[in-house]
Design a protein around this ligand. Structure first.
Ligand code: ADP
Ligand code: MG
Length: 348
C-alpha cells in the first residue's frame, strides 16, 4: 500500500494584477503521485515550477484548491483543522532554510521536544530523554540542546529541523530543498544522514530539490515538474539515463558530467519560464521547446507511458519523433559529485 497518494492536486492563488483586477496563479495544476512505504520520490524542476506548493499542500500547511491527499487510507482534504491535528504527526516537513524555520527564541532542545508534548507522546523526564536520543540520532551533541538557533551552524540548525521532524515518528517526511542553503561539504553529510535515517526507520520521503545529483543519490523514482505540472515520471535511472521529455533533457544536459570523457550534448531551452497566470491548455513548454511543432499548441499534453512506470507528457516523444539522448547515470549521482556541486545551472 502506498504511504501517500496525491490525486489530481490543484492549487491556485488569487493574486492582485491591477487596481481592481484579480487573476488566478496556477501554482499546481492537476498532479497525481504515489509514494510507497520506505520509498524516496524526488520532485525536481526550476524555481517557480510549484514544488514547494506541492509540499505545503501535502502536509496541509496550505489547503488545496481541489484534489485529494491520502495518507494511508485517510483523505486529508476531507478533515477539519481539529481532525487534522492527530494526523499531522504521521507526516512532517523539513524546510529549506533552517534559520527561517526555527524559532529564534527557543533552544534547540525546546524545538525538538515541542512536538512530543504537543501530540502527547511524552512529557517531563521522558520527553527530555527522548529529545536527547533524537539529538544523538541526527549527530548532535547533548550540549547543543541548550543552544539557540543563532548559536548553531547552518548544518547543525538543519539537524535540529530533522530531529524535530523525526520526533513524532512519522511515516512520511516532505523535505523541501533541505540542504540547498548549506555548503556543499555539509550538504553531503546531511544527505548521507537522511539516507541512513530512512533505512533505520523505513521512512517515506518526498524529496524536493533542484539538484539532480541529490535526487539521483536518494530517490528511487523521480517526478519532473514544469509550470505546475508533471512532465515526466519514472524510476530515477530510467529518467536520468534516457530522458524523454525535452524539459528533462535540458535539465540533464545542464548537469556537468563528473567523467571528463563523457561529452554531454547541451539541449537549450530558449527564454524564461512563462508566467503561471492563465497558462495555456496545451503543452506549457511550447514557447521554449526546441522540438515544438504546431500540433503541440493544438492538443493538451497528457502523461503517457513509454515503458512500465515511465510516463512522459510529450506527444512527439511518445511517438518517437524526437531524438532521445543517453546520459551516464553514475556520473550524475555520486555523493562525490555532490561535493563537486552538480546543481543544474540556471535553477534557483
Ligand atoms: P518552487 O518551489 O518550485 O520554486 P513554488 O511552489 O514556491 O515553486 O511556487 C510556484 C508558483 O506559485 C510561483 O509562481 C510562485 O510565485 C507562486 N506562489 C507560491 N506561493 C504563493 C502564494 N502564497 N501566493 C501567490 N502565489 C504563490
Ligand atoms: Mg521551492
Amino acid at each position: 500500500m502506498s504511504s501517500l497518494r496525491i490525486e489530481h492536486l490543484v492549487k491556485h492563488y488569487a493574486i492582485r494584477t491591477g487596481f481592481a483586477s484579480r487573476q488566478m496563479l496556477h501554482a499546481v495544476d492537476d498532479i497525481s503521485l504515489d509514494l510507497g512505504a520506505g520509498e524516496t520520490l524526488g520532485l525536481v524542476g526550476e524555481s517557480g515550477s510549484g514544488k514547494s506548493t506541492v509540499g505545503k499542500c501535502v502536509t496541509m500547511l496550505e489547503r488545496p484548491t481541489s484534489g485529494h491527499i491520502f495518507l494511508g487510507d485517510v483523505d486529508l482534504t476531507t478533515l477539519s483543522y481539529n481532525e487534522l491535528r492527530p494526523v499531522r504527526k504521521d507526516i512532517q516537513m523539513v524546510f529549506q532554510d533552517p534559520s527561517d524555520s526555527l524559532d529564534p527564541r527557543r533552544t534547540a532542545g525546546e524545538t525538538v521536544m515541542e512536538p512530543l508534548t504537543l501530540h502527547h507522546i511524552a512529557s517531563g523526564k521522558d520527553a527530555i530523554e527522548r529529545t536527547a536520543k533524537l539529538f544523538e540520532q541526527v549527530g548532535l551533541k547533548p550540549e547543543h540542546m541548550v543552544r539557540f538557533p543563532h548559536q548553531l551552524s547552518g548544518g547543525q540548525q538543519q539537524r535540529v529541523g530533522i530531529a524535530r521532524a523525526l520526533a513524532t515518528d512519522p511515516k512520511v517526511i516532505v523535505l523541501d530543498e533541505p540542504t540547498s542553503a548549506l555548503d556543499v561539504s555539509v550538504q553531503a553529510k546531511l544527505i548521507k544522514l537522511l539516507r541512513d535515517l530512512q533505512r533505520e526507520r523505513s521512512l517515506s520521503y518526498l524529496f524536493i530539490s533542484h539538484d539532480l545529483s541529490v535526487i539521483g543519490y536518494l530517490s528511487t523514482r523521480v517526478a519532473v515538474m514544469y509550470l505546475g505540472q508533471i512532465v515526466e515520471i519514472g524510476e530515477t535511472r530510467q529518467v536520468f539515463e534516457r530522458p524523454h521529455h525535452p524539459y528533462t533533457m535540458a535539465l540533464m544536459s545542464a548537469v556537468p558530467a563528473s567523467n571528463p570523457l563523457e561529452r554531454r550534448e547541451r539541449i537549450h531551452l530558449s527564454g524564461e519560464i512563462p508566467s503561471p497566470i492563465a497558462p495555456p491548455n496545451h503543452c506549457r513548454l511550447v514557447s521554449r521547446c526546441p522540438f515544438a511543432v504546431p500540433a503541440c499548441s493544438q492538443q493538451p499534453a497528457v502523461l503517457e507511458p513509454i515503458a512500465p512506470g515511465h510516463l512522459v507528457a510529450c506527444h512527439r516523444a511518445v511517438k518517437g519523433e524526437i531524438p532521445i539522448p543517453t546520459f551516464a547515470f553514475g556520473s550524475t549521482v555520486t555523493v562525490d559529485s555532490l561535493e563537486g556541486g552538480a546543481a543544474v545551472e540556471g535553477l534557483e
